[in-house]
Design a protein around this ligand. Structure first.
Ligand SMILES: NC(=O)c1ccc[n+]([C@@H]2O[C@H](COP(=O)([O-])OP(=O)(O)OC[C@H]3O[C@@H](n4cnc5c(N)ncnc54)[C@H](OP(=O)(O)O)[C@@H]3O)[C@@H](O)[C@H]2O)c1
Length: 333
């Protein structure tokens, strides 16, 4: 069984392909033959040793899909042959988020999915719908679920609402698909006009290039007729700007800080607008199940930018790091 592990080397952590024994599932565990993995921005941080967890020796990547190959004693939820994706948090089936859940994150606290075979918790896998292939299934656990919880579970997105999305990476493109499917009006930001055009083809109503229009929050305000947007999925670390263009009673889902940090934002407008600010950290299996039902009802397919073979995992990382992608980057195994 081959797996990638992060090895300390130079400034970053090199990806090393190593041979290991076939892992055996213990009680309540399953062995999955991994068919595809997807990358998230987090995986770049982990590889740079900037995620605050064990790095050397770690099998990276939280997101993967494959088929159940063997089950341990007492397993009842799945059986050999089932098509599954791993849950980002192996120990968050449902209910409130607690501190111990954090110690169950794949590709961070625990070994991840970039291997030919992995052992997961019985309660840490979810059945894939038939309309998704392995690569598409591998896109769901982190980016898909984060976007879903940001807009729907926590945001309570309603038809006709306005949504501001930042960039065209994994989370934002999932959020675009969900928002459009729910009849919301999306304003999409990107640093690339070509990507904005692709965003319009997916249903974005209006687009702004944040490089050519650095004061994009003013443009958002103008486009929404001085009312502001109802929902913002904040991935850029732009909280202060986001607060300025948020509608009274609006909702910000704080997801990421791509720009390097949220800085010292003036939170006064949050109170003055009676707004909601929610921190989002992926989601539970129960959230995942609801999202899968929605994807199935609407027959939605994740947007995959590019797929790399297992032997080119390093190239896949480099591609994500280049920022040239639109949607998800996948490694097929
Ligand atoms: N809290 C959570 O549970 C959670 C889960 C998933 C992701 N995240 C975080 O969310 C962020 C996005 O993750 P991802 O995996 O979707 O990333 P990704 O696929 O690597 O997407 C990055 C894209 O965002 C855009 N971007 C870059 N800098 C930006 C900025 N300063 N402002 C606005 N957009 C910017 C760029 O798109 P354009 O080229 O179109 O401009 C870039 O290609 C990361 O910070 C990640 O750590 C958090």
């Amino acid at each position: 069984m081959r797996r990638y592990q992060l090895a300390a080397a130079g400034e970053g952590f090199a990806l090393e392909l190593r041979q290991g024994p076939t892992p055996e599932p213990g009680p309540g565990q399953v062995r999955v033959r991994v068919r595809a993995c997807s990358l998230n921005y987090r995986d770049l941080l982990v590889r740079q040793g900037r995620y605050g967890r064990r790095t050397e020796g770690l099998v990276p990547l939280s997101d993967g899909a494959g088929e159940v190959e063997a089950i341990g004693p007492g397993v009842q939820r799945v059986k050999p042959g089932d098509r599954v994706a791993g849950c980002f948090f192996q120990g968050w089936p449902q209910g409130p988020f607690t501190a111990p859940v954090m110690d169950t994150a794949l590709g961070g606290a625990r070994d991840g999915m970039l291997a030919e075979q992995v052992v997961l918790e019985e309660g840490g896998v979810i059945l894939l719908p038939p309309h998704l292939d392995w690569a598409e299934g591998a896109c769901l656990p982190c980016a898909g679920l984060t976007a879903w919880n940001a807009l729907v579970t926590r945001g309570g997105l309603q038809p006709g609402a306005t949504v501001l999305l930042q960039g065209t990476g994994g989370v934002s493109i999932f959020a675009l698909q969900f928002a459009v499917a729910l009849d919301a009006r999306v304003i999409l930001l990107s640093g690339s006009d070509a990507k904005l055009e692709r965003g319009r083809a997916l249903g974005a109503a209006q687009t702004i290039n944040y490089r050519t229009i650095p004061d994009w929050e003013q443009e958002v305000w103008r486009l929404i007729e001085k009312r502001g947007v109802d929902h913002i999925v904040e991935v850029g670390g732009n909280l202060e700007k986001s607060l300025r263009c948020l509608a009274p009673g609006g909702h910000i889902a704080q997801v990421g800080v791509l720009g390097g940090g949220s800085g010292a934002a003036n939170l006064f407008p949050l109170a003055m607008k009676n707004a909601r600010l929610d921190g989002i950290y992926v989601g539970s299996r129960a959230h995942f199940e609801v999202m899968i039902r929605f994807l199935t009802e609407r027959q939605l397919h994740p947007v995959i930018d590019r797929t790399f073979p297992f032997a080119q995992a390093t190239e896949a990382y480099d591609h994500l790091a280049s920022g040239s992608h639109f949607g998800k980057v996948v490694i097929e195994i």
